[in-house]
Design a protein around this ligand. Structure first.
Ligand SMILES: *[C@@H]1O[C@H](CO)[C@@H](O)[C@H](O)[C@H]1NC(C)=O
Ligand SMILES: *[C@@H]1O[C@H](CO)[C@@H](O)[C@H](O)[C@H]1NC(C)=O
Ligand SMILES: *[C@@H]1O[C@H](CO)[C@@H](O)[C@H](O)[C@H]1NC(C)=O
Ligand SMILES: *[C@@H]1O[C@H](CO)[C@@H](O)[C@H](O)[C@H]1NC(C)=O
Ligand SMILES: *[C@@H]1O[C@H](CO)[C@@H](O)[C@H](O)[C@H]1NC(C)=O
Ligand SMILES: *[C@@H]1O[C@H](CO)[C@@H](O)[C@H](O)[C@H]1NC(C)=O
Ligand SMILES: *[C@@H]1O[C@H](CO)[C@@H](O)[C@H](O)[C@H]1NC(C)=O
Ligand SMILES: *[C@@H]1O[C@H](CO)[C@@H](O)[C@H](O)[C@H]1NC(C)=O
Ligand SMILES: [Cu+2]
Length: 582
């Protein structure tokens, strides 16, 4: 194993100035203890066979998924990232971490930093200020697709107990997996005629899947490069002890697919999502979209004389990929022994009512509700469409397909570099009344722009995501939208066209969950609210890697004048200062 995180844990000293406050201060000390967790990561190109088929991947310290970051609320994470890729830049985003006070550490190349060049070392430093389940992944081009991702688990501070009990805690990342590299995929997406990435070749559970090598054309494959006996692709095994309760932190970092996750014969209780406690509810299976995290509690309370399947199945798109398989292993059985049953196949892939109902069921936990502001200062309606620009296929919001400037926004705005991006504000809405979301557009021509939405600092903003028909008749897709720098309140979901007069009256202002990623369902809308109180520049985008690449995103600026002095290390591209990194 090349896993070599260097971890130090320092206890931050607390100055006790007044002796009469000693007792109070000692209590405070317990809660104020904050550690520093330092990691040295090397990002490399390597050959790996996560699904038995060998391809080039991007590893961290030799692994994909990369090392799990285990931290406690309040800790400072320092990651010294060495880019040892041969020819590609890199940047890593800390997904779900709000980066309060450190917007330059968000890791979004082109938005918050210059990309890290091959040979350079860049240091990310930020505080994990809220317990919960988070992720990290590449945010330069489509590198996440090459296996550049991992988990962040943040525990509650000492002396704080969580509102649920469990015996073991385990992170499990679900992904889909392609045999083509991100560069090959990107070439197709930006070609005429368009080359779609297609459905994934396999589904991975915690970085492992099984591709059926026999389906390959024997002439096209070098012997041994697809080998189902390769230990790298043996199924992920979760070994359990009867009677114990497992907190499984299930997250999705798929490139494309929406999943339904199930543990055969075992119910799950949803208790957390995106770092926020959920009012517990019991499910047989979990719908999960790219960029989301969930903690579910599972009790090992079934017949322990056998193993069970844990499965991921594609939903929302017609499945063309075999079920992703892992083994839920009662410890007295051989962990490799396949369960005696057929793997579970999940709900009907096109049952969007089922998925919508589960989305609506997710509420904030009683006792942990952060009530949303009663009203908003501004409403931005974002129509999600598939479009054409000069004959190339794109995605757009409000008819604008997003592109990145060569100078990152945070630097351009904070250092007042002038016109390095389109200054004309993007459209706030579209022809709400006449736009037919159920129909392929008559004129699907759109434009590209790198303009951004400037939000009044500390204002309350509502975002309505409105889904529509794609350029294929009778087709609308699910898009998981992810907001950087914030958690938002999920005020509501609805079918069809959003009604600005009546739908807001039905918003959940009582116990809405806060999340950082949320789906907009086919031919439906999703309403969000957040407070623009985190100085910085933040991406908000569809978490489907190919959709973002094709322009499905926007950028918000808020209070950039309140951002502290930018570290020089984020500069060195476009019109920003030259910086010589180590
Ligand atoms: C793998 O593919 C071959 C050829 O299509 C097929 O005969 C075989 O049943 C498949 N094996 C599995 C485990 O699906
Ligand atoms: C397949 O992998 C197994 C286990 O590593 C190894 O013993 C075997 O030689 C490999 N087969 C080929 C054709 O390389
Ligand atoms: C799962 O939950 C359902 C509904 O609450 C219940 O009917 C069923 O018995 C439970 N199954 C197991 C295996 O606990
Ligand atoms: C869902 O897809 C199946 C085939 O996969 C089809 O038979 C069924 O009619 C579809 N249902 C709906 C509601 O579209
Ligand atoms: C869309 O744009 C293309 C040029 O890229 C043009 O040829 C075509 O006429 C436009 N379509 C419509 C309906 O205006
Ligand atoms: C997008 O632009 C095209 C071409 O200008 C126009 O016909 C269409 O109505 C616009 N669509 C929206 C949603 O604004
Ligand atoms: C932000 O707005 C809230 C609610 O209006 C207010 O309580 C808070 O003081 C404001 N914060 C700042 C920094 O202006
Ligand atoms: C699309 O759906 C409509 C109504 O639901 C139907 O009349 C039409 O034939 C469908 N078109 C295609 C191409 O399937
Ligand atoms: Cu999308």
């Amino acid at each position: 194993m090349n896993f070599r995180p260097v971890m130090y844990l320092f206890k931050a000293p607390l100055m006790l100035l007044f002796s009469s406050y000693i007792i109070v201060s000692l209590l405070a000390l317990q809660r104020a203890e904050a550690g520093i967790r330092r990691y040295e990561w090397e990002v490399k190109n390597e050959f790996k066979s996560p699904d038995c088929y060998q391809r080039q991947v991007i590893t961290i310290n030799g692994r994909t998924p990369g090392p799990t970051i285990l931290a406690q609320q309040g800790d400072t994470i320092i990651v010294e990232l060495k880019n040892s890729l041969f020819v590609e830049n890199v940047a890593i985003h800390w997904h779900g971490i709000r980066q309060i006070g450190t917007p330059w550490s968000d890791g979004t190349a082109g938005v918050t930093q210059c990309p890290i060049l091959p040979g350079e070392t860049f240091t990310y430093k930020f505080v994990v200020d809220k317990a919960g389940t988070y992720l990290y992944h590449g945010h330069y081009g489509m590198q996440r697709t090459d296996g550049l991702y991992g988990s962040i688990q943040v525990s509650v501070p000492d002396g704080v107990t969580e509102p649920f009990a469990y015996d073991y805690d385990q992170s499990i990342i679900l992904t889909d997996w392609y045999h083509k590299s991100s560069t090959e995929q990107a070439i197709g997406l930006s070609s005429k005629p368009f080359g779609w990435i297609g459905e994934p070749q396999s589904l991975l559970i915690q970085g492992r899947g099984t591709f059926n090598c026999s389906t390959l054309n024997s002439l096209a494959i070098v012997p041994g490069l697809c080998n189902t006996s390769n230990p790298e692709c043996s199924p992920y095994v979760l070994t359990v002890v009867p009677g114990k309760v497992y907190r499984l932190r299930i997250s999705s970092l798929t490139s494309l697919s929406a999943f339904n996750f199930e543990i055969e014969g075992h119910n799950m209780t949803v208790v957390e999502s995106d770092g926020n406690y959920v009012e517990p509810f019991i499910i047989k299976n979990l719908n999960i979209y790219s960029g989301e995290t969930y903690s579910v509690l599972v009790k090992a309370d079934q017949d322990s004389s056998r193993n069970y399947w844990a499965t991921s199945n594609v939903v929302s798109r017609k499945p063309q990929t075999p079920t992703g398989l892992a083994i839920f292993n009662y410890y007295q059985n051989d962990p490799q022994k396949l369960p005696p049953t057929m793997p579970t196949t999940g709900p009907l892939w096109n049952d969007s009512d089922y998925r919508l109902a589960q989305s609506i069921a997710i509420k904030a936990r009683q006792g942990y509700i952060h009530p949303p502001p009663r009203s908003s200062d501004r409403v931005i309606i974002l129509l999600n469409t598939q479009n054409q620009i000069d004959g190339y296929l794109h995605w757009a919001v409000n008819n604008v397909s997003f592109t990145l400037p060569s100078t990152p926004y945070l630097i351009a705005l904070k250092d007042k570099l002038g016109n390095v991006f389109d200054q004309k504000p993007p459209p706030q809405k579209y022809d709400l009344v006449n736009y037919d979301i159920f129909k392929k557009q008559d004129n699907a021509n759109a434009t590209t722009s790198n303009s951004i939405y400037k939000l009044q600092f500390n204002s309350t903003v509502d975002i309505i995501l409105q889904n529509a028909n794609t350029m294929t008749p009778n087709n609308s897709e699910t898009h998981p939208w992810h907001l950087h720098g914030h958690d938002f309140w999920v005020l509501g979901y609805g079918k069809g066209k959003f009604d600005p007069n009546n739908d807001p009256k039905k918003y959940n202002l009582i116990d809405p969950i806060m999340k950082n990623t949320v789906p907009v369902h086919p031919y439906a809308w999703t309403a969000l609210r957040f407070r623009a109180n985190n100085p910085g520049v933040w991406a908000f985008h569809c978490h489907i890697e190919a959709h973002l690449f094709m322009g499905m995103g926007v950028v918000f600026e808020e209070g950039v004048n309140k951002v502290g002095k930018l570290p020089l290390s984020i500069t060195g591209c476009g019109k920003s200062k030259v910086y010589y990194r180590p």
